[in-house]
Design a protein around this ligand. Structure first.
Ligand code: FA5
Length: 344
């Protein structure tokens, strides 16, 4: 066969094989087959040595032209294949395949969500509404409306995060009391869960971000015995057992009188154990009768109405109910610790 015919035949078979290459690997095989050391192009090059100078000039041009064409075609095909692979990856990523088996990993409710739902359910069956309140509020709602005037020493109890515009992150859910009194007037029964922020040194039972559940009941003739009844009913329902509660005096500028409410220790049933420091009691919920100044500031006449309020530490309640020893687990995002609540 003449040299030119050989090149033409090579061009035909190369074009066919190149068109059949659907992957990078197939393309590389075509390149090695035609342009590799043992390929026909190299053989033809070697053959040039035995030709006369005139023949060599013409044949050399033919083989070099083919070699150049083949290299360009291979590079171009490589780019096309790469683009196709990318588009196919994008297509398959976007495709939702409902026939694939589902993942074994299931999400779970956060223990604070579970405990908040428990408490909300119990109070709503007793006629309370569940209210929402902001996390960023102002000095008036967090302190002044609660009978804590500027420079009052009680403000030292809560290290507050202030914002540059003068607002602050609420340090307790009591910050919503005034807003809710003005919204509904008396009589009212409301609970309001919320996230609170305090500039605390963090340890196993103190966080700078934690949850409280505030409750407020205002009506004619509300007394401390109403407060005890509602707290006892709620806590017995949360723990699923009859609990004893007791009140000790406590001081809050927004209550008169104020109390610390203890429950009988759920671990030793009141007999005394290390968890309750052998007292048989656990401190759980500050509360009290709403101070007349706070009612008045909320637009409610303290000569006609009285009421109680409580500020349950929900994060601590969740620790007790679920036996979580370190409060930091709640905000840690540790899925192994949190996933144990999934079947609750
Ligand atoms: C208050 O915040 C009052 N507003 C509660 C109140 C409401 C009293 C209505 C009377 C009437 P105190 O600062 O004690 O009170 O906090 C209440 C509960 O929040 C505590 O018992 C505790 O369970 C929880 N708590 C307070 N600080 C932290 C903290 N740093 N980390 C986790 N829980 C906390």
């Amino acid at each position: 066969m003449m040299f030119k015919e050989q090149i033409d035949a090579l061009r035909v078979s190369f074009t066919e094989e190149l068109a059949a290459a659907r992957t990078k690997e197939m393309l590389e095989a075509v390149r090695v087959a035609y342009l590799g050391k043992k390929g026909p192009v190299n053989d033809l090059m070697k053959g040039l040595r035995d030709m006369t100078p005139e023949e060599r000039k013409e044949a050399g041009q033919l083989v070099n032209t083919f070699k150049g064409e083949a290299e360009t075609a291979i590079n171009e095909k490589g780019r096309v294949l790469e683009q196709e692979a990318l588009e196919s990856a994008i297509r398959s990523a976007k495709k939702f395949n409902p026939t694939l088996p589902s993942s074994e990993d299931r999400g779970s409710y956060h223990p604070i969500t579970l405990i908040a739902r428990d408490v909300e359910e119990i109070f709503t069956t007793m006629g309370f509404t569940v209210e929402d309140y902001v996390e960023v509020t102002d000095d008036y709602h967090c302190f002044e409306a609660l009978n804590i005037p500027k420079h009052h020493p009680a403000r030292d109890m809560q290290d507050t995060y202030y914002i540059e515009n003068g607002q602050l992150l609420k340090t307790h859910t009591s910050a919503a009391q005034n807003h809710i009194m003005k919204k509904y007037g008396a009589p009212l029964r409301a609970i309001f869960p919320g996230r609170c922020f305090r500039n605390e040194a963090i340890d196993a039972c103190h966080e700078n971000t934690f949850f409280q559940m505030e409750g407020m009941m205002i009506d004619k003739d509300i007394s401390i015995s109403n407060l005890i009844y509602f707290m006892k009913t709620m806590l017995s329902a949360v723990f699923g057992e009859e609990l004893m509660v007791r009140l000790r005096p406590g001081f809050f500028p927004f209550t008169e009188p104020g109390f610390e409410l203890d429950i009988s220790c759920t671990i030793c049933k009141g007999r005394g154990c290390p968890s309750c420091k052998n007292t048989g009691w656990l401190e759980l919920c500050p509360c009290g009768m709403i101070h007349p100044n706070v009612l008045r500031e909320g637009g409610i006449d303290p000569e006609v109405y009285t009421g109680f309020a409580f500020g349950l530490g929900m994060t601590r309640l969740a620790m007790m109910k679920y036996g979580v020893k370190d409060i930091r687990d709640f905000n840690s995002g540790n899925l192994r610790a949190l996933s144990q609540f999934e079947n609750e």
